[in-house]
Design a protein around this ligand. Structure first.
Ligand code: CTP
Ligand SMILES: C[C@](O)(CO)[C@H](O)COP(=O)(O)O
Length: 389
């Protein structure tokens, strides 16, 4: 993943070294299973599906650094070069210090994010990142209004009311200019419950952006059940559609569905022209509400000139997973005079199913001589995708 200009300036520190006392599990909280993956994996999916950070630093328990790296590499895939794993400390603040110590040169803004906020949507991470990257000197934190009445108590005795109109619930990621955050941490003489308080204690200004209910912190067993239900009981089925057309180009090889077809005219395009994979990517992005291939990868991006289209599918699947979706199935229909797919349909379905990680069905037809496909000028692929969340 080549960083975009914004990403060259941004690092995300994911603090995952806590013991999870209030959760009451044997393993440290970030390594507790949630809906078939660890809490850490869920958190990293959101991070890697968001802005393209130049560096992601996972702060993990010293005894689990290798496990944390394996999880990080599984999520990051081709972006693993941007992953750093360091050992945390006795407190959250000490873990953040360890994360800051691992920041690469050139990073100018830092997001600090709780792995325990495992369902934080990538849109929230984008929101904080873009607010910080706008170049102000303030810290940026996500916040939600307090909707319950708040009382001051002494033991069980209520001793006063608190005006909730100017109170908010604060979440993570919290974003800061790097130099100012490092200076604030260097000057800290006490423990704070979040980075914004430490930053403010050093004189830094802090502003809020809207938080997200899904970014709640998994702290107690009830929270873990709530997260499980959101990922399971709240299953929502989403369908999407994708279409792609390419003209034939006799001068290039034909790759279709990630499979090479010898002695067939290739497809003209900025990448390898694989209309089947492009249509599948658009169908997946459409179902997840994540835009389309052109908006995500750019139709003229030099990074993808002549690229094998499998790279688009891997990146698309990471985005879809990061948004909390699982692929149910994909169906593809090819409309073209060539190539004849019948003899290789099962091979195509097996290969695409392996790439997508779910059943992929492939069908083909001609257009009975009608239109550009009938005149043998090009090939059209239509795909549908079913996602669940
Ligand atoms: N020494 C610590 C303590 C906390 N954290 C991280 O800070 C985030 C918020 O902390 P919290 O939810 O309190 O996690 P724990 O400290 O593990 O929970 P508990 O207080 O119940 O032990 C979590 O992602 C946790 O992994 C950390 O990296 N290092
Ligand atoms: C950082 C934080 O998530 C912001 O709300 C919160 O302060 C962490 O508190 P914890 O007691 O360390 O979970």
């Amino acid at each position: 993943m080549t960083p975009t200009p914004d990403a060259v300036r941004l690092a995300v520190v994911v603090v995952a070294a806590g013991g999870g006392t209030r959760l009451g599990r044997e393993e440290p909280k970030a390594f507790v299973q949630l809906h078939g993956a660890t809490i850490l994996e869920h958190a990293l999916r959101g991070v890697f599906a968001s802005v393209e950070p130049a560096q992601v630093i996972v702060v993990a328990p010293a005894a689990l650094l290798a496990r944390a790296r394996a999880i990080g590499e599984h999520v990051a895939g081709a972006a693993s070069e941007h992953l750093t794993v360091v050992a945390g400390g006795e407190t959250r603040q000490q873990s953040v210090v360890a994360g800051l110590a691992a920041l690469a040169e050139g990073v100018q803004a830092v997001l600090v994010h709780d792995a325990a906020r495992a369902l934080a949507p990538s849109a929230l991470i984008d929101r904080v990142a873009h607010a910080v990257l706008q170049g102000g000197e303030a810290g940026v934190i996500p916040a939600l209004p307090v909707i319950d009445t708040v009382k001051r108590v002494e033991g069980e005795r209520v001793v006063g009311a608190v005006d909730r109109s100017d109170l908010v619930h604060v979440q993570t990621p919290q974003g800061f200019p790097r130099a100012a955050l490092e200076a604030a941490y260097a000057a800290a003489t006490e423990d704070f419950t979040d980075d914004a308080a430490l930053f403010a204690a050093a004189g830094g200004a802090v502003v809020t952006v809207p938080g997200e209910p899904r970014a709640f912190k998994i702290t107690t067993p009830w929270d873990l059940n709530r997260a499980e239900q959101l990922l399971d009981g709240g299953s929502r089925i989403r369908t999407g559609v994708g279409v792609d057309v390419h003209r034939y180009d006799e001068a290039v090889p034909l790759w279709l569905g990630g499979v090479y077809f010898p002695d067939e005219p290739g497809l003209d395009g900025h990448s390898d022209g694989d209309a089947v994979i492009h249509a599948i990517c658009d169908a997946l992005l459409s179902a997840a509400g994540l835009g389309d291939l052109g908006s995500r990868f750019g139709s003229a991006d030099p990074r993808f000139a002549d690229a094998a289209s499998g790279i688009f599918l891997r990146e698309t699947l990471a985005l879809v997973a990061g948004a909390g979706f699982t692929v149910g199935n994909v169906a593809v229909q090819v409309v073209a005079n060539r190539p004849r797919l019948a003899a290789r349909r099962m091979e195509l379905e097996a290969h695409l199913g392996e790439l997508v990680g779910a059943p992929v069905s492939v069908a083909a037809t001609t257009s009975d001589g009608l239109g550009f496909t009938g005149r043998g000028e090009g090939l059209l692929a239509v795909a549908t995708a079913l996602l669940t969340r």
